[in-house]
Design a protein around this ligand. Structure first.
Ligand SMILES: Cc1ncc(COP(=O)(O)O)c(C=O)c1O
Length: 470
């Protein structure tokens, strides 16, 4: 059987919060694939959104598509009413394909290619950032009716990825750009900044908001009527992290500089916050090199493990995103641990995923998993040396499904490898699953027959596929 008939882009429903390790072990035991694979808990994205709304109620999120552009991620966020920060015409088109309104997109790349600006104009994407004079001439030529957002520089003292060396005008130089925009007849509607991705300096948001406020007053004197503040990204997303500390600073600073009722819309461009924790990568240890420790010097044996995804694939995050990743064994093992390093599958010595870890002894053919792999991983992964980018399998709890079903068609869900439409007996009645919205479903079983036909091969040949006990 072609494994792709089992693992496709449908969302597998589990009665409770998906237990990723258990689901992954089931996939592995089923011997369906020897390639690395992802499991994405879509419910995690909904949880993050709820956290955002409760922590930053005044700030409307525009998700940074560059972080993870998986269709189900984008569709889920669109369904939740989140806007999008796009960096290119391809990202713009990808979001528009989901029938997102152009007003929900900001083209937040301060250095855009002409053709991309033309695409923005063609699709009526109005909001776009800029930070230099030449960009203004470009926008004047290709999209003169754009609503411009001036990106200023304000760097976190400590961040996983600094961005200020590339983008953002110094705030004291910003008025000159506003003067130029005025003389070109361009409309500048607001100010943006990005303090750095993976910000570890929450007070920087206060400094940046204060500077923005100053620029708002300067702009007002020049005759601009600014009404948008974009506080960028920088919010943490890994398991166990919280945006509370940043939110406290942001909310306090907004209350002082942009109080409620001031007429300024506040938006942000969170990326990793939404997706980092939702994705777990599971990789096969296909080769092991044992390094004998010198007994006479009291040295223990150590190991080099070779896995089937590396820095040219998902673990490009180690290089570009300065991520530090940690493996976990598939079985909770409390036995002795040994020093080891973990290497990717290519023939390049640079392909080192973890230089130094302590793990129980791992045999060839065992799998290891990496949590928090949703941000800046798959999007930038390549197939160097012929190794594929891992496939993503989506799961969600029944509880998450009650939200997802509002904007996802019923046939995209499965329980026990059976399309949910078949599962009148899984605790949902036909009305609850939107039965009446499915063309033909209201008729005497026509749609059911179609799904029965599709489901049978999956049902019969699925090696295990029963998710109901997770
Ligand atoms: C313009 C812009 N907005 C938003 C983001 C997302 O940042 P983060 O993932 O830190 O939230 C980035 C990341 O590089 C960016 O360049």
């Amino acid at each position: 059987m072609d494994p792709s008939t089992v693992f496709d882009e449908r969302i597998y429903l589990t009665p409770n919060k998906p237990r990723i390790r258990k689901i992954a072990n089931r996939f592995i035991d089923a011997k369906v694939t020897e390639d690395a694979f992802y499991i994405c808990d879509v419910g995690e994205i909904i949880t993050k959104h709820n956290e955002w709304v409760s922590q930053l109620p005044r700030v409307k999120p525009f998700y940074a598509v560059k972080c993870n552009d998986s269709r189900i991620v984008l569709r889920t966020l669109a369904g939740l009413g989140v806007g999008f920060d796009c960096a290119s015409k391809t990202e713009i088109k990808k979001v528009l394909e989901l029938e997102v309104d152009p007003s929900m997109i900001i083209f937040a790349n301060p250095a855009k290619q002409n053709s991309h600006v033309r695409t923005a104009a063609e699709y009526n994407i109005l909001k776009m950032t800029f930070d230099n004079a030449n960009e203004l001439y470009k926008i004047k030529a290709y999209h003169p009716s754009a609503k411009l957002v001036l990106r200023i520089r304000c760097d976190a003292e400590k961040a996983q990825c600094q961005l200020g060396m590339k983008f953002g005008v110094k705030v004291e130089e910003a008025p000159t750009l506003l003067e130029l925009a005025k003389s070109l007849g361009l409309d500048v509607i607001g100010v943006s900044f990005h303090v750095g991705s993976g910000c570890m300096d929450p007070p920087v948001f206060d400094r940046a908001i204060k500077s923005s406020k100053w620029l708002f007053s300067v702009a007002k004197e020049m005759g601009f009527d600014m009404n948008l503040l974009d506080i960028g990204g920088g919010f943490p997303g890994n398991r166990g992290t919280s945006i509370q500390e940043i939110a406290t600073v942001v909310n306090g600073s907004l209350a002082v500089h942009f109080p409620e009722g001031c007429g300024v819309e506040i938006i942000a461009e969170p990326g990793r916050f939404y997706v980092a924790a939702a994705f777990t990568l599971i990789t096969l240890v296909h080769s092991v090199r044992e390094i004998k420790g010198k007994e006479e010097e009291g040295e223990n044996d150590s190991f080099m493990y070779y896995i089937n995804d590396g820095v040219y694939g998902s673990f490009n995050c180690v290089v570009y995103d300065h991520a530090i990743v940690h493996p976990e064994t598939m079985k909770r093992n409390t036995g002795p641990t040994y020093e080891c390093s973990i290497w990717g599958p290519t023939c390049d010595g640079f392909d080192l995923v973890c230089p130094s870890e302590k793990l129980p002894k791992i045999k060839m053919g065992e799998w290891i998993m990496f949590s928090n792999m949703g941000a800046y991983t798959i999007v930038a992964a390549g197939t160097f040396n012929g190794f594929p980018v891992p496939k993503i399998h989506f799961v969600a709890s029944y509880e998450a499904w009650t939200t997802l079903k509002e904007f996802t068609s019923p046939e995209e869900f499965v329980t026990n490898n059976i399309p949910i439409l078949m599962k009148a007996g899984v605790g949902y009645n036909r009305d609850a699953i939107g039965w009446d919205r499915v063309v033909g479903a209201a008729g005497p079983g026509s749609c059911l027959t179609q799904f029965e036909q599709q489901a049978q091969p999956v049902l019969c040949e699925s090696p295990s596929g029963n998710f109901s006990d997770f």
